[in-house]
Design a protein around this ligand. Sequence first.
Ligand SMILES: [Zn+2]
Length: 366
Amino acid sequence: MRTNLLKLFVFFLIFLVSLSSLSAACEKPRDRFVVVLDAGHGGKDPGNMGNGFKEKEIALNIILKIGEALEKKEGIEVIYTRDSDVFIPLDKRAKIANDANADLFVSVHCNSHNSQAYGTETFVLGLHKTQENFEVAKKENSVIFLEEDYEVTYGGFNPNSPESYIGMALMQEEYLNQSILLADYVQKNFTNELNRKNRGVKQAGFLVLKNAVMPSVLIETGFLTNDHEGPYLNSNTGQNKMAAAIVAAIEKYANSINLSSLENIGNVSSNNVNSESEIYKDIIFKIQLAAGSKRLETKSYNFKGLQNVERAREDGMYKYYYGETSDYLEINKLHHQAKQNGYPSSYIVAFKDGSKITVNEALKSK
Ligand SMILES: [Zn+2]
């Protein structure tokens, strides 16, 4: 009897200790911006082998160059899903990022096609709008066939079945706007700084992004199958340039997100990137705080101290908006403020000529 009591007491102690370490992990101070860098493929999975080049090697080289540059920036912490030629299952990659409580997940890959297609594209998790985008996701997801127990790990997910992708977009919905913001910076840098062909910011169902609980992008840096782009991506010069463009995009993003806690990051202004504003003329961004059938006075005491809240009647409901600006960086700051004031599930909405459009559409309008 006494030993049982003792056992119980010991279990209780262990429980207390694990509880306190759990809460300590959750309350990690946000004095750093944590980026998880994910080099696609590795080990027994070479990725695509267009023109005889190896995607796994090129992706790793670019990732290591990105990491090396970011590690020099104050306030940024870099974590790699792999920093050598090893095989890491897709679900493990997201888990590494989640366990690190990361602020950003960046996956780097190279494309392939049976034509001479070329150019860069950056994906966020979503429902593919074209067969072409679906094909890219299918190809990248098919690496799970190399994993043992993939049917169990991914709950019967079949990379080739469209049905498997239903509902997947919801997993990253909360981070969609921020993911698109970074994707947009990446693509702009590739195009404006490096003169790469811009195939755009796109959405498709990538398993590696699905379980990450943070803004996440997957960058297709170009086509190894293209006779010009393949050798460029395989060269040290090409890899240095691609890495530098991605580093600048991550820095710009880090400076525009969570501004209150990240004031010390980087010297972005030194590389002539203007991070003061990001104006989308003809677009008005607002924060939707709440919606419901109840008609509230738009006084600050009804909205946790937020001032100048606007009420609109839409679809038979009252909607309450905070802020009004064409500046996407400004609206992100206001969104941050709204969340801090007690609206964690508030989100950004966009209007063009008085009609609501998706933020995705708005960001593509420039
Ligand atoms: Zn790949």
